[in-house]
Ligand binder design. Structure first.
Ligand code: SAH
Ligand code: SF4
Ligand code: F3S
Length: 462
């Protein structure tokens, strides 16, 4: 008698949080697929339901528990639930008490052990954990990574964070800083170039504290040298990096951008506050003046560099005067985009115990005032692109508007029209003249036979 056919193993995965989590999910998908699982687009179709979670603000954390509550009804159908990522690492075994139908809780450093964890789940174990591996050195690499975009890909160069800003959960959810060797990063980047990737984004919570431990000390690269080396790989046309911490941000990064055309003219340098007093309370390790010095390096670069930032409003004890200093900093820097957040008290962090909490309505008022100011700044900034010809990487088409969607090296959205009948593959590079500027995007038209405003590096030429 033949054995009963084995039921197909399927999984659904939803990802919250930052790019590091998005990239981790690519590793999780790769690992599950290598174990014979198939990814499905809905919870209903899946045998295993996974949430890769974020804990950076309270709302992000609550989202996962809402999701779990929404789908609890499926438990009776034999579905298994798993919580991965930063909430998993932060809450650990407590998740089993909060949501007893969860059978897997695993932090990011344990993903290469997923195959063993899956075997345990398949065997019916209802409390499988992967929480103990935060101190390892190799946790960036799982054997398989299923990248979702065939042209642009992430590479983790440094994991964890040792900065311990007083409001932040990341040092607790992602552990100590561990850098990957430059040889390993470059090997992965070359492999991606061979597969047809043209854009690479180097990832880390603080890429500027990258410390290469490769082979001989003479072979070790600083972050700026690594960045330049990735930008010089034939076939790679765009290199981005995120996130930078101002304290460790060196001028050598700007020098690298100046000398390697493939390094994108965009730097994300989160400031958090324009008041040195608040920066001290946040333990950010730099003053307003030191931050502005780094901005002045960027403004002196050969290409115009687009500058973006993160800001927290309503940190405990932030006075109106402190807040005004943040607004004046926005005017001074003239950012191309700002991600602003209301301060959210987080478990384990020192700032949760600080006095002088700012009421939520006041945080909302400050957030709205800041966004309003920034909108005006972006209008002004984006108008400067009018008439310029820039190169975009095509991301797709908005059929309703008849516009192609693209992204510039400065990381701005530039939608464009082209001669009728012309069609572009995603991932192709097209010169576009900017004709309209909105605060959050640009519109333009394709220029036939144009020379873009900045050098197009073809890779083959180098
Ligand atoms: N490593 C990066 C940022 C990581 S988190 C850095 O140091 O810049 C992304 C952003 O979330 C932070 O820059 C900060 O602006 C915001 N953030 C972090 N913790 C927060 C909290 N407790 N409340 C509100 N915003 C927070
Ligand atoms: Fe969090 Fe600060 Fe580390 Fe960024 S540098 S991840 S804000 S502790
Ligand atoms: Fe969130 Fe974890 Fe990233 S807390 S922002 S997913 S490092």
């Amino acid at each position: 008698m033949s054995a009963a056919p084995q039921q197909e193993k399927t999984f659904y995965l939803e990802t919250f949080g930052c790019q590091m989590n998005a990239h981790d999910s690519e590793k999780v998908v790769g690992t599950l697929v290598s174990q014979g699982y198939r990814q499905v687009p809905t919870v209903e179709e899946a045998g295993l339901v996974l949430y890769n979670t974020c804990s950076i603000r309270d709302k992000a954390e609550q989202k996962v528990f809402h999701r779990l509550a929404d789908y609890k009804k499926f438990e009776k159908q034999g579905k298994r639930f798993g919580v991965l990522g930063c909430v998993a690492q932060q809450e650990g075994q407590k998740i089993f008490e909060k949501a007893p139908y969860v059978s897997l809780v695993a932090g990011s450093a344990s993903y290469r052990n997923l195959p063993q964890m899956l075997i345990q789940i398949e065997a019916g174990n209802r409390r499988v954990t992967g929480l103990d591996d935060r101190e390892t050195d190799e946790c960036f690499e799982t054997e398989f990574t299923a990248r979702t975009n065939p042209h642009r890909g992430y590479i983790t160069i440094i994991e964890g964070c040792d900065k311990f800003c007083s409001y932040c959960v990341v040092p607790f959810t992602r552990g100590k800083e561990r850098s990957r060797t430059s040889n390993s990063v470059l090997a992965e980047a070359r492999q991606m170039a061979d597969l047809g990737y043209t854009e690479i984004q180097l990832l880390g919570q603080n890429v500027n504290s990258y410390k290469d431990s490769a082979g001989k000390s003479s072979d070790r690269k600083t972050f700026a040298e690594l960045l330049a080396a990735v930008g010089e790989i034939p076939g790679i046309r765009r290199v981005r990096f995120t996130t930078s911490h101002p304290r460790d941000f060196g001028k050598d990064i700007i020098d690298a951008i100046d000398s390697v055309p493939a390094l994108c003219d965009h730097v994300h340098l989160p400031v958090q506050s324009g008041s040195t007093r608040v920066l001290d309370a946040m333990q950010r390790l730099y003053s307003r003046e030191q931050y502005l010095e780094r901005i002045s390096w960027m403004k002196a670069a050969q290409r115009e560099i687009s500058i973006t930032s993160d800001v927290i409003v309503g940190f405990p004890g932030e006075t109106e005067d402190d807040f005004q200093k943040t607004l004046s900093l926005l005017d001074e820097v003239e950012y191309d985009a700002v991600f602003a957040f209301k301060y959210s008290p987080r478990p384990n962090t020192p700032s949760i115990k600080m006095d002088d909490a700012i009421p939520d309505e006041e945080k909302s008022r400050r957030l709205a005032a800041l966004l309003e100011k920034q909108r005006e700044i972006q209008k002004r900034r984006n108008r400067k692109h009018l008439g310029q010809t820039v190169e975009v990487m095509v991301e797709g088409k908005n059929e309703a508007r008849g516009q192609w969607m693209g992204r510039t090296s400065q990381n701005k959205t530039l939608n464009f029209v082209a001669r009728e009948g012309r069609s572009f593959e995603s991932g192709s590079y097209v010169p576009v003249r900017v004709t309209t500027a909105f605060p959050n995007s640009l519109v333009g038209e394709m220029v036939e036979d144009a020379v873009p405003a900045y050098a197009v590096s073809t890779g083959e030429a180098r």
